[in-house]
Design a protein around this ligand. Structure first.
Ligand code: SF4
Length: 295
């Protein structure tokens, strides 16, 4: 019987970090502050806006289809915003916070005026305290985990439509592992029906973009290939040490000359070196120490 606690857990974001750079992966997903034993995270306004809007929309799946849009989306947003307000949401001024909060209001007003498939039947994948997960490879002890934002039930074909809400302005690149991962999660955790449709819903422009679904075998092959690289790097790190394995290809950030590295890792390097340019703002929902980058 494989041991879930010793397994390598991979997700869209952790594999995305790994593909960006190994050190980025290490800092975001493995490093733990020796004093607190917690992982560390930089919070920023974009992330907080996404969290607050997603919470409102994903929460609608808990209600029957014909009652969902009777809910006051803006009141739910207002209540949820309290969790991200101020420094703990990465906001460095009231003006900045007001600007981001207003963007979320506009998104939800657009959803309320045209909720599209949110008024149709949906399904939820089984989940406990952890995000939805399954063994991508028992042989290699790798677990894939993630949360699919919305899964519409399509009665005409008795199949599923996966939807990803986007609060950012940048469109998901072709070749992203996001849809392959969602497809694999649905296939593993909802055996009764197949996924036949996938869409990104860009909430700011209120544009729904349907994407071609990858073939299941190809999705598994592509996701497993990256997951295996992650596992190999972690195994190498156990042997050779983390600092030697997860190195920045541009050379480590130099605190004095402010050279090398890039913005992806720099705030995390500040945390590791105790630089006052980052400020501790609290402990997050997954027991991670949260910091904000000062301006
Ligand atoms: S700082 Fe280095 S390791 Fe981090 S993302 Fe940039 S180039 Fe990659």
């Amino acid at each position: 019987m494989p041991d879930k606690y010793s397994a390598v857990w991979v997700s869209h974001s952790s594999m995305g970090d790994f593909l960006k750079c190994p050190r980025s992966y290490y800092l975001h997903n493995m490093y733990k502050d020796p004093k607190t034993g917690h992982k560390v995270s930089i919070v920023n306004p974009h992330m907080s806006l996404g969290v607050a809007v997603h919470e409102v929309l994903e929460g609608l799946a808990d209600f029957p289809a014909d009652e969902r849009m009777n809910r006051d989306l803006l009141a739910l947003y207002e209540a949820g915003w309290k969790k991200v307000t101020g420094k703990k949401g990465g906001f460095t001024s009231e003006e900045e916070e007001a600007e981001f909060k207003a963007r979320g209001i506009v998104m939800l007003e657009k959803v309320a005026s045209d909720p599209r498939f949110l008024v149709n039947k949906c399904i939820k994948l089984p989940q406990d305290k952890m995000p939805c997960n399954f063994y991508l490879s028992e042989e290699h002890n790798i677990i894939l985990n993630g949360l699919v934002d919305w899964i519409e039930y399509l009665p005409e074909t008795d199949s599923l439509h996966i939807v990803d809400f986007k609060t950012g302005k940048v469109e998901e690149k072709d070749g992203s592992l996001q849809l392959p991962i969602y497809l694999l999660l649905c296939d593993a955790l909802h055996k009764k029906r197949k996924v036949t449709k996938a869409s990104y819903w860009y909430l700011e422009s209120d544009k729904v973009v349907e994407k071609e679904l990858p073939h299941l075998d190809k999705a598994r092959e592509d996701v497993l290939a990256v997951a295996m690289k992650v596992k190999e790097a972690r195994d190498t790190a156990k042997r050779d040490g983390f600092e030697k394995t997860f190195v920045c290809p541009q050379g480590a950030y130099n605190l004095e000359t402010k050279e090398n590295g890039c913005n992806n890792c720099r705030p995390y390097e500040f945390i590791l070196s105790g630089n006052p340019l980052v400020e501790f703002v609290g402990v997050g929902g997954f027991s991670q120490d949260m910091y904000v980058l000062k301006k």
